[in-house]
Design a binder for this molecule. Structure first.
Ligand code: FES
Length: 159
C-alpha cells in the first residue's frame, strides 16, 4: 500500500505561524482550519493540540469540528484528486473495470494518496452526469464515457 509522507518540520513552522494569527479567537476555528488546509493541503493531526492550545479549546472539540465537516481532511491529499463514479448508471456501464484500471495505472487503492502527493484516488456515488456513464472526475474536469483506452490516455500511457 502506498503511503504519503507525514508532516515535516517546515510544515509545523508554517502551521504555528497560521495558528498564531488566530490566538484566543475561538470563533475563528473554522476560518483557521480553512486557511491551514489551504496552505498545507490538509490538517495534520499534529496541528490539533496546537490549535486547541492557541484557541483555548479542548483537542476533542477541534477534532469534533474537523470530523463534522466533510471538506476537512486529516491526511495528505494529492495534487490531482481522481474520483471514479460508482453510482448505478456508471456501475451497469462498466465502472468496476474503469476503477480497476485506474487503480492499476496509479498503483493506488481507494482512499490512498501517492507518496509524491501527485494523486489521490476516491470513488463517488454519482456526479450527476449519468447519461455519460461511466464517468471519472479529476479535480474539476469530468471524463465521460470512459473505456480502457481512455483511461490509458488520461494517465499518459499507451495500451
Ligand atoms: S451514476 Fe455515475 S454519474 Fe450518475
Amino acid at each position: 500500500m502506498a503511503k504519503a509522507k507525514g508532516v515535516t518540520k517546515a510544515d509545523l513552522k508554517r502551521i504555528d505561524g497560521i495558528i498564531a494569527e488566530y490566538r484566543e479567537q475561538r470563533w475563528a476555528l473554522i476560518p483557521l482550519l480553512h486557511e491551514l488546509q489551504g496552505t498545507v493541503g490538509y490538517i495534520p493531526p499534529e496541528a490539533i493540540p496546537r490549535i486547541a492550545g492557541a484557541l483555548g479549546l479542548f483537542p476533542s472539540q477541534v477534532q469534533g469540528v474537523i470530523s463534522f465537516y466533510t471538506q476537512f481532511y486529516t491526511t495528505p491529499r494529492g495534487k490531482n484528486v481522481v474520483r471514479v463514479c460508482r453510482g448505478t448508471a456508471c456501475h451497469v456501464r462498466g465502472a468496476k473495470t474503469i476503477l480497476k484500471l485506474v487503480k492499476q495505472h496509479l498503483g493506488l487503492e481507494e482512499g490512498e494518496t501517492s507518496p509524491d502527493l501527485e494523486y489521490t484516488l476516491e470513488t463517488v456515488a454519482c456526479i450527476g452526469v449519468c447519461a455519460l456513464a461511466p464517468n471519472m472526475v479529476i479535480n474539476t474536469n469530468t471524463y465521460g464515457q470512459m473505456n480502457p483506452k481512455k483511461v490509458a490516455r488520461v494517465f499518459g500511457r499507451k495500451d
